[in-house]
Design a protein. Structure first.
Length: 425
C-alpha cells in the first residue's frame, strides 16, 4: 500500500496516542498468569500486541473488549496446550516473551511468525532457557519457528551478553515458574517495564545496581490498569514539530519511564523546546503531557547506554539529525541490524532517496547536519518505524512524497497516517 505525504508548514493541535506497545505486551501476559480477571484500558491496538492476545487465546486465555480489555487469568499453571502453531506475526516481543512461559509448560508448543520475523535470530533466548532446562529447536539452530518442549525449570543467575529488555523479560517470565530465585544481570540498563509490572502484579522482585532477582512461584493478582501513551509513537510527532517551524503540539498522557524518557532528555540537549506538564504516575509508570514547539536543534551523539535507551527511536532521530545544525552520530547500535529489517541500511537508503548524505558503520551511522530534504519515493522495507520516520521526513520535503509498503505502520500504530494528516498544516 502507498501513502502520499505532502509538505507542511507545521504540526499543531492536541492528540492522544495509542497505548505503549512494550507495556501492553507485558500487562497482557501477566494478566493471563494472574488469578482472576484484569481490566486494561488503552491497550495498544497495533498488530504486534494483537499477536500477543491471539497467542494467549490459543493457550486457553479469555481476552475480550476493545476500549477496556478484559483478560481472565488462569494462574501460573492454567495454560492449555495449543491446538496449532502459535502465530507471533511480526512481533519479536511476542515470540521472545512468550517463549519464557512456554519453556515451563507441561506440553510441547511451536511458535512462528511472518517472513520478517522468521529471519530474526532467537539464539539469545534459547541459550538461557536451555540453561534453565527447556529444550528448544529452531531452523538452522536459531531462526523461527521454535519448537519448545517445556520442562520443570531451574533458576539461573544470568548476565545479559548484550542489553536487551526482551531477553531480560524472557528469563524473568521463565523464572516465575522456578522454585527459588532467578537473577538477571545488566551491565547497561534496558527498559524496566517488566520489573515495574511484576511488582504491580504482586511478584517479589529486588533490583540493585543492575542486578534483578525474582522469587519464583508467586501468586499474581488481577489488576485494573491504564496503559500510558506510547513514547516511541510520540517520537515521530516530536520530531515532526521540531522539523517544521510553525509547530505547537501537545501529546497527552505519554509514558515517561526513566529507562525510556532519555528521548526527551536527548532532544532537550539538542536544544528542543519541549515542556512536560501534568506529571502523574499510573501503576508504577510515570506519565505526563508533552508540549513541543518548532525550532532548530543543534545535533548530538548517541552511544553507549544512551543507544540502549533510544534504540527504537534512532530511525526518526536520524531524520532530525540531517536537519539539525551539527548532525547526528550513532554508535553501539548493531542491534538495529536484526530488527524487522536492517534499520541502519534502511535509514541510509531512504536518506539517500531524500538527497541526504550519511556515512554508515557496522554499528551505526554519521549524518552531517544542515541538509534539506527533497521529495521522493521512500520504502518502509516492511518495518513500521521506517515507514513512520520517513513520513515525517516527507513533511519537510517540498512537494509530495510516496511511502511504499506503508501498511507496515499498522504493526504499532494503525491510525498513524490519519493522525499525521490531522495535525499537519
Amino acid at each position: 500500500m502507498q501513502q502520499r505525504i505532502s509538505a507542511a508548514r507545521g504540526v499543531r493541535g492536541s492528540i492522544r496516542l495509542p497505548g505503549d506497545k512494550s507495556i501492553s505486551h507485558r500487562y497482557a501476559i501477566l494478566a493471563a498468569l494472574a488469578g482472576g480477571a484484569s481490566r486494561i484500558r488503552n491497550y495498544a491496538d497495533g498488530a504486534d500486541c494483537r499477536s500477543t492476545l491471539g497467542a494467549l487465546r490459543a493457550l486457553g486465555i479469555e481476552a475480550e473488549g476493545r476500549d477496556e480489555l478484559v483478560i481472565r487469568g488462569r494462574g501460573l499453571d492454567g495454560l492449555r496446550a495449543p491446538a496449532a502453531d502459535l502465530d507471533a506475526g511480526n512481533s519479536g516481543s511476542t515470540m521472545r516473551m512468550l517463549s519464557g512461559i512456554l519453556a515451563a509448560q507441561p506440553f510441547t508448543s511451536r511458535i512462528g511468525g511472518d517472513e520478517s520475523l522468521s529471519r530474526r535470530p532467537m539464539d539469545r533466548i534459547m541459550a538461557p532457557l536451555g540453561r534453565m532446562g527447556a529444550s528448544i529447536t529452531a531452523r538452522d539452530g536459531k531462526y523461527p519457528p521454535l519448537e519448545i518442549r517445556g520442562a520443570r525449570l531451574r533458576p539461573i543467575d544470568y548476565p545479559l551478553p548484550v542489553p536487551s529488555a526482551q531477553v531480560k523479560t524472557c528469563v524473568l517470565l521463565a523464572g516465575l515458574y522456578c522454585e527459588g530465585a532467578t537473577t538477571v544481570r545488566e551491565s547497561i540498563p534496558s527498559r524496566n517495564h517488566t520489573e515495574v509490572a511484576l511488582r504491580e502484579f504482586g511478584a517479589a522482585l529486588h533490583v540493585s545496581g543492575g542486578v534483578i532477582t525474582l522469587q519464583g512461584r508467586p501468586a499474581l493478582r488481577p489488576l485494573e490498569l491504564d496503559v500510558p501513551a506510547d513514547l516511541s509513537s510520540a517520537a515521530f510527532f516530536l520530531v515532526a514539530a521540531l522539523l517544521l517551524p510553525d509547530s505547537e503540539l501537545r501529546l497527552e498522557g505519554v509514558g515517561l519511564n526513566a529507562t525510556r524518557a532519555g528521548l526527551v532528555d536527548f532532544l532537550c540537549s539538542m536544544g528542543a523546546g519541549i515542556r512536560v506538564e501534568n506529571r502523574r504516575e499510573q501503576h508504577g509508570e510515570p506519565a505526563g503531557d508533552l508540549l513541543v514547539r518548532g525550532g532548530p536543534v543543534r545535533g548530538g551523539t548517541i552511544q553507549g547506554e544512551l543507544t540502549a535507551q533510544l534504540i527504537d527511536e534512532i530511525p526518526v532521530l536520524a531524520v532530525l539529525g540531517a536537519a539539525s545544525r551539527e548532525g547526528l552520530v550513532v554508535r553501539n547500535a548493531a542491534e538495529l541490524r536484526i530488527k524487522e529489517t536492517d534499520r541502519i541500511a534502511a535509514v541510509a537508503e531512504n536518506l539517500r532517496r531524500a538527497g541526504v548524505e550519511a556515512d554508515v558503520f557496522p554499528d551505526g551511522m554519521a549524518i552531517p547536519g544542515g541538509q534539506p530534504f527533497r521529495a521522493g519515493c521512500f520504502d518502509s522495507f516492511g518495518d513500521h518505524r521506517i515507514a513512520m520516520a520517513f513520513s515525517v521526513a516527507a513533511l519537510a520535503a517540498p512537494g509530495e512524497s510516496v511511502i511504499e509498503n506503508a501498511e507496515a505502520a499498522s504493526v504499532s500504530f494503525p491510525g498513524f497516517f490519519d493522525t499525521l494528516r490531522r495535525v499537519a498544516r
